[in-house]
Structure formats: C-alpha cells, structure tokens
Design a protein around this ligand. Structure first.
Ligand code: AMP
Ligand code: ZN
Length: 143
C-alpha cells in the first residue's frame, strides 16, 4: 500500500469505484475518464509502479485476467475490437504510477485515437538496435 497512490486507495476501498472483477491479487474497475464506454483498468493489488518493476508471475496472471475480461466485454458490449494498453513512465503517458492495464472496447468507425506517426530506420539501424537489445535481453532470460 502506497499512501499517495489513488489505485491503492481504490483497492483499500478508501475511494469508490465500479468493480468488474476482484480476487486476492487483482482488481478491475471502470476507468473514471473512459476512452470508450466500458473502458476498464486492471491492477495488481500489490503496489508496483510500472512494467520495469512488475514480477513476471504477476504480469502473466494479470494478462490471464485481461483475456477473461476482454471476452466478457466482447460478449456483453458486442464490441468489434479491443485495445489492451499499458503505459509505463511519464514519457509513455502514465499518470497513475501503480501498474495497470487498460482494456478499451473498440467499435468500427469509433472516434477513439490510439495512434502514432510512423517513423523509419536508416540503413542498418534496425539491425543494430535489434542486436543491442538482444544482447541486453540475454541477462533477463537467465533461469
Ligand atoms: P495512465 O495514464 O495509463 O496512467 O492511466 C490512468 C488511468 O486511470 C486514466 O485512464 C484515468 O482516467 C484513470 N483513473 C484515474 N483516477 C481514477 C479513479 N479514481 N477511478 C477510476 N479510474 C481512474
Ligand atoms: Zn498503488
């Protein structure tokens, strides 16, 4: 529990929310400023700031819950699609620094914008960035 964290307060029922799902480890609530009707956020009950701090086991379990909620949303809202989004760090648009996953129902021709201007790589750039990240990744793949 982080006393300055709004999601910790929601988890502790100090601040109210509309809950879609709750178990010992996770809570899924309706987002207060939805990008689309039904927009929900899924959070671990443990205060974890972002993707750089989350344990893989928590992340895997979280995605399992997200898949179930997504299927329920599709059936109930009859949405045509759904964005699963996770912002980590202010630069990425994170405003609540308690790890969470957005579930945003999407409809054909809706006006929701989750988009970016496409960039391109210079000669050999993609290959060298891939090689550099691959090298870093090796340490995280150790058992
Ligand atoms: P992010 O920008 O990825 O950190 O997303 C934070 C999300 O939390 C935003 O979509 C907010 O609308 C949502 N949010 C903030 N406060 C509350 C609250 N009290 N209840 C529900 N959702 C909230
Ligand atoms: Zn928190």
């Amino acid at each position: 529990m982080n006393n300055n964290c709004i999601f910790c307060k929601i988890i502790g029922n100090e601040i109210s929310s509309f809950t879609l799902y709750e178990d010992d480890d996770f809570k899924v609530i309706m987002d207060i400023s939805p990008a689309a009707k039904g927009h929900a956020v899924l959070m671990p009950k443990k205060h974890i700031a972002n993707v750089f701090e989350v344990e893989e086991e928590v992340a895997s379990k979280a995605f399992g819950v997200a898949v179930k909620v997504a299927k329920a949303m599709k059936e109930e809202l009859k949405c045509d699609g759904l964005n699963i989004l996770q912002n980590s760090g202010e630069a990425a648009g994170q405003t609540v620094f308690h790890f969470h996953i957005h579930l945003i129902p999407r409809f054909k021709n809706d006006s929701v914008q989750i988009t970016w201007a496409c960039k391109s790589y210079g000669e050999g750039e993609a290959e060298s960035i891939a090689a550099a990240i691959r090298k870093r990744l090796a340490k995280f793949l150790l058992p």
